[in-house]
Design a protein around this ligand. Sequence first.
Ligand SMILES: [Zn+2]
Length: 66
Amino acid sequence: MDSRSWMYRDLPQGLRMMDYCNRIQGFINYTQYNPINISEEDIRCSCNRCKNKKFLGPDVIMMHLL
Ligand SMILES: [Zn+2]
């Protein structure tokens, strides 16, 4: 079984998930160029858990937002 198949379980065409990923990537790219949001390499995570208080790496933020 493909280990990534869960990502597409509720999305027959997988298109909405791809669109969502692209928008999150766009958000991360945007925050990386906004000095208010960054601390060294890390970015403020705006997920429900971190509430813009934690600075995390882009990969971690991607996981939180997904
Ligand atoms: Zn978070």
